[in-house]
Design a protein around this ligand. Structure first.
Ligand code: NAD
Ligand code: IPM
Ligand code: MN
Length: 357
């Protein structure tokens, strides 16, 4: 059988990004070596805040063109004190999500066995949801204006954009998943206050839903939805929400399912016209950067999502199973999970488990 060569662009980025990504790359390399039917060809790009401080840009002007021919992008984290966040994130991470039309941000919120959970009375299986976050427009469009800057009449306008095209495609993606997996679908909204964007969102959710009569649906206002995430998380299975709501609720999701060190995400261009991007949902964690304390399991879970995306579902599941085993054994974990191991030791343990027997 011919060996498949998968070209991966690695943007390790800032802070703990390079630390955690190194462990994910090790896991992926090990999987490819064990499997034999495919290889990973990693190309590293030094883009990020340090690059910005040297060049004045987060990536070169032809950066997007350079990435276009890769099969996927594996990203660590972007943002560091010293470079304004709205520049570092908009010019690199958000630019890639946007330019490659990665309109699905798929974030599992699943309490693995052994993972710490701050909620009382939550049993195994009670937290098992998938967030489908709209990732191409909404509150993140970046349109607006800053008028009369620096004068007493100063005014800023931040526009949200909800297009029929954008809403329909994200909802259809979510309904398809709910139908395929026989799960309920919950839409998160705020139609009582956001009288254009969220009224429209609700309307499209209902409209697309007519094509999926077999899918049980719920719709919650985002404030109550946040409360239910904490008080009764088992009511959620597949969740579809706008860009900003999804950003906030998935950090809350991380908090109830083991923490930022375990929260993974995939930015998908489902049509595969452009590369998709896999990244932990946490940031560069300047408070622990350079100390070997960062938990690489979120990055490794994102690597598992990448394997799923490439059709290597058995390997994707194996990686997730190893993460769960390690949480249960409690022998090799970073401090955020109550352990004393370093980032590298956790990555080494994943490799050891992959290669044993
Ligand atoms: P953060 O996610 O970096 O950190 C929040 C808290 O979680 C910190 O206490 C941190 O130590 C902890 N944490 C995060 N990841 C961890 C890990 N793998 N292991 C152990 N602990 C972990 O969020 P922040 O502090 O708000 O943001 C820091 C910078 O990162 C900012 O510049 C922000 O804009 C950027 N950011 C980038 C991304 C991204 O690249 N995807 C995501 C979020 C924030
Ligand atoms: C995330 C991050 C990004 C977002 C930031 C860094 C722009 O918080 O991926 O959750 O808001 O999408
Ligand atoms: Mn976020």
């Amino acid at each position: 059988m011919e060996q498949k060569h998968l070209k991966i662009a690695v943007i390790a980025g800032d802070g703990i990004g390079p630390e955690v990504l190194a462990e994910g790359v090790k896991a992926l390399e090990t999987v490819a070596r064990l499997d034999g039917s495919f290889t990973f060809d990693f190309t590293y790009f030094p883009w990020g805040c340090e690059y910005y401080l040297k060049t004045g840009e987060m990536m070169p002007p032809d950066g997007i063109d350079t990435l276009r021919d890769f099969d996927a992008i594996y990203l660590g984290a972007v943002g560091y004190p010293g470079v304004p966040d709205h520049i570092s994130l908009r010019d690199l991470l958000l630019r890639i999500r946007h330019d490659f039309d990665e309109y699905v941000n798929l974030r599992p919120v699943k309490l693995l066995k052994g993972a710490p959970c701050p909620l009382s009375g939550v049993r195994e299986g009670d937290i098992d949801m998938v967030f489908i976050r709209e990732n191409s427009e909404g509150e993140y469009t970046g349109a607006g204006s800053w008028l009369y800057e620096g004068t007493p009449r100063e005014v800023v306008i931040q526009d949200s954009v909800f297009s029929r095209f954008g809403c329909e495609r994200i909802m259809r993606y979510a309904y398809e998943m709910a139908k395929r997996e026989h799960k309920t679908l919950t839409s998160i909204s705020k139609g009582n206050a956001l009288n254009y964007s969220m009224v429209f969102w609700d309307k499209i959710f209902a409209e697309v839903g007519r094509e999926y009569p077999e899918v049980e649906t719920h719709s919650y206002l985002v404030d109550a939805a946040s409360m239910f995430m904490v008080k009764d998380p088992k009511r959620y299975q597949i969740v579809v929400c706008s860009n900003l709501f999804g950003d906030i609720l998935t950090d809350l999701g991380a908090a109830i399912s083991g923490g930022m060190g375990l929260a993974a995400g995939a930015n998908l261009n489902p049509e595969r016209k452009y590369p998709s991007m896999f990244e932990p949902i946490h940031g560069s964690a300047p408070d622990i950067a350079g100390q070997g304390k960062a938990n690489p399991l979120a990055s490794i879970w994102s690597a598992s999502q990448m394997l799923d995306f490439f059709g290597q579902k058995a390997w994707g599941s194996r990686l997730l199973q190893i993460i769960e085993e390690m949480l249960v054994e409690r022998k090799v974990l970073t401090p955020d999970m109550g352990g004393t191991a370093t980032t590298k030791e956790v990555g080494d343990e994943v490799v050891r488990k992959l290669t044993e027997n």
